[in-house]
Write a protein that binds this ligand. Sequence first.
Ligand code: FAD
Length: 453
Amino acid sequence: CAIDPRATVSDTCASYSTIDDLNAAISPSLQSLTQTTDFFSYYRLNLYNRTCQFWSDASGMCGNIACAVETLDNEDDIPEIWRAEELGKVEGPKAGHPGKKLQQERGDERPLLGELGENVGESCVVEYDDECDERDYCVPDDQGSSGKGDYVSLLNNPERFTGYDGPSSRQVWQSIYRENCFSKAQPAESGHPGTSSTPNPLGQQAAIDLLSVMKEHGRQQALAKGGKVQPGDESLEFDDGCLEKRVFYRVISGMHASISTHLCWDYLNQSTGNWGPNLQCYEDRLYKHPERISNLYFNYAVVLRAVAKLKDHLKSYTFCSGDPLQDRVTKQKANDLARKAAASPRIFDESLMFQDSSVEGLKEDFRNRFRNVSRLMDCVGCDKCRLWGKLQTTGYGAALKVLFEFHESDQANSLPLRRTELVALVNTLGRISHSLTASRNFRVMLEAKNNGT
Ligand code: FAD
């Protein structure tokens, strides 16, 4: 099952070792941005107030202490950037980036790099994260809720082993993979996922039939490659001729692989009470399934490309923390990351997707299905898992929006992302980047184990 570092990661034009090298070069900027700035290390989401739309399963709630999330309940602990609207501070045009508008009025060709505040006439604006946009690949997390969400420090709630498993987590994963059952006859409707609980018997049956065919196909392929089919393996590990559907599956599987890598990397040894890497966990969940590792690398290529596309827009983005020095530092770090991402070789080419006239309507179907995946996050019965699941689906949704709904040359438009989407996008890249590093370390540990050293 070993990964050959020289092999190309399919659907990209880079090898595993090229992506590892890129990750090594970019991860210091990424870590600095996600771990040392308030803007990117705090997150606002609706963690508790949204019920699962698809089934009710109170027994699926995880009661482990490791599943709990430490929220910021005291307003003084919430960085100003996140509480501005609660304080009713300043209200301006939504994400209109007045600085940029002003520059245009003044006839400036380029925004003033690294400068904020009075120099460019920018003011802090309130951004309503629940405003919906038809280009969204995710359901805005605050949509339809009365409150303005929960505030969390991502650093104080690390993604790691929680002990959440059993029928509840399996049901969520199965429903997520079922969204992959594209069929011309059954396009996903907005708000009506093809999950087992959808009140649409025809759609459900079609999905189940397709699921069986795909599972059998996956099994045959695995056997043909001399691989082992795991008992009870419900995943849809198949090659589909259509790039778009394959990309959908790979994004989900890569996200699943990243979550698995983190829980194996930061695992609780229940007999000693110590946290640390669990090699057997990695072997079982990833190493024996090289296609999952490939999907993880694929996701790095996809999300990195989205961040690269934001390079010019981030130059004029307003980071309003209430502290001009912190804003300047955040802006420099964000621009540094985007510049490095844009300077790296282009390893994923989104322009190849949704081109063929025979796949008309597929993009909307793709978008609706991804929205359904984001809705399914409300069914995750472990608070910590739900937090990171929501953040990452929002991050992938933001990446897909940037890739498929936004052209770099379109400078007239402001950044197409809400603040939570931007934070989620960068942190999702941070998660994949950390997974690549952990996965590489695990492979070194395995080699040492197999060589008896
Ligand atoms: P699961 O990981 O539950 O997988 C179910 C089935 O999916 C497998 O049998 C296999 O057939 C298939 N599969 C597995 N991986 C892949 C892949 N990469 N690609 C394609 N198919 C695959 N647990 C934690 O400890 N910490 C967390 O932070 C955490 N976050 C979670 C977030 C979400 C959104 C969900 C739904 C669950 C989360 N969990 C987390 C639970 C965790 O993902 C597993 O579900 C749990 O550990 C049980 O694992 P399992 O061995 O039954 O297989």
